[in-house]
Design a protein around this ligand. Structure first.
Ligand code: ADP
Ligand code: MG
Length: 314
């Protein structure tokens, strides 16, 4: 029997559970926990591609750069992204290899540095909204605007911050490599942090852009292009809720595409957290996918069996 291919997107919360535990060894401990649940999926016969967020980690690298500016040049965002794909990919790889070995499951795993192509005329370039880096005084913000051409915004009483565009990913540059390796049975970690955003310049070359890509959007694109059977989003809640945060919040067990479009329109899913997940799932289902899941790491296997979490079908 042909086994099923699943793209599993792991949220940043799988690496940082607690804001006071951000050291690399803390993050690795968190990755080890998540690896147990991912190993369950592999043991149950799913072919997997793992994608992951990198918001906090990019923030840390960037902040180190800011603090070291008197001695070393700032790290551009594409390089921050590449750094996190390497570091997080490595942690997932090691934790999962060790977990699978313990269970006597033989699998080769590899983390791939992945770029995502975006449109040069994506509207977000004209209207950057994603805050990154530390809070700045008005003077610092204006100085950096002058020096580096940054877009800066005032953040309600807390000071100024740099904002960057968050364009929609259109293509995964390494798609064929990913497909080939998955067909060979390797477990891949790819498109970390939504992929490193690049554009094609007039001569056709790839060029980095100072932007960040939503990891849920990039994961959905990857799942769609690969024709994955299941798109799974592993996050900090056990599923999507209607009336989230209200007294009458209700877990959403199973829904179809038209239900979910309606709930989205009614405003049940918060921008910047659940909304991009739901939009990514809609893209996947509209693009030919048949099943998508939102759940927490510990419920992954149950959710795949349809016994937990939120399942959205066509
Ligand atoms: P990740 O790091 O996995 O991308 P996010 O923080 O971006 O996680 O998104 C998950 C969060 O979305 C949850 O912790 C929850 O607070 C929030 N959220 C917003 N709307 C909803 C909803 N309707 N149902 C469930 N969670 C929601
Ligand atoms: Mg998120």
């Amino acid at each position: 029997m042909k086994s099923s291919l699943a793209v599993v997107a792991i949220g940043g919360n799988s690496l940082i559970k607690d804001k006071t535990k951000i050291a690399m060894h803390d993050q690795y401990e968190a990755v080890k926990e998540t690896a147990v649940y991912i190993a369950d999926l592999i043991e149950n016969g799913l072919d997997l591609i793992i994608t992951h967020g990198n918001g906090p980690q990019v923030g840390f690298i960037y902040r180190r750069g800011e603090l070291a500016q008197h001695e070393l040049p700032l790290v551009p965002l594409d390089i921050c992204g590449a750094d996190t794909q390497g570091a997080i990919g490595y942690m997932i790889e090691k934790a999962l290899l060790n977990e699978l070995r313990k269970r006597g499951v033989k699998k080769e795993i590899c983390a791939l540095v992945t770029m995502a192509l975006v449109d040069r005329d994506d509207p977000s370039f004209k209207n950057p909204t994603k805050p990154i880096g530390s809070f700045l005084s008005r003077e610092e913000a204006l100085a950096n605007k002058e020096k580096y051409g940054w877009d800066v915004v005032e953040d309600a009483g807390r000071g100024f911050r740099r904002v960057v565009p968050s364009p929609i990913p259109r293509e995964i540059i390494e798609l064929d490599v990913i497909r080939t390796l998955v067909e060979k049975g390797y477990v891949l970690i790819a498109t970390g942090g939504g992929g490193i955003p690049v554009v094609r310049n007039d001569s056709g070359d790839l060029e980095a852009v100072e932007a960040v890509i939503d990891k849920d959007r990039a994961s959905s694109l990857l799942a769609t292009k690969l024709g994955a059977d299941i798109f799974i989003i592993s996050t900090s809640v056990d599923g999507a809720y209607l009336n989230f945060g209200e007294k009458d919040q209700t877990p959403l067990g199973r829904a179809n595409l038209s239900d979910i479009r309606k709930y989205l329109e009614e405003g049940h899913f918060k921008p910047g957290s659940m909304k991009p997940k739901i939009e990514s799932i809609i893209e996947f289902l509209e693009g030919g996918g048949s099943r998508a899941i939102i759940t927490s790491p510990e419920n992954l296997l149950e959710a795949v069996k349809g016994e937990s979490g939120t399942t959205i079908v066509k």
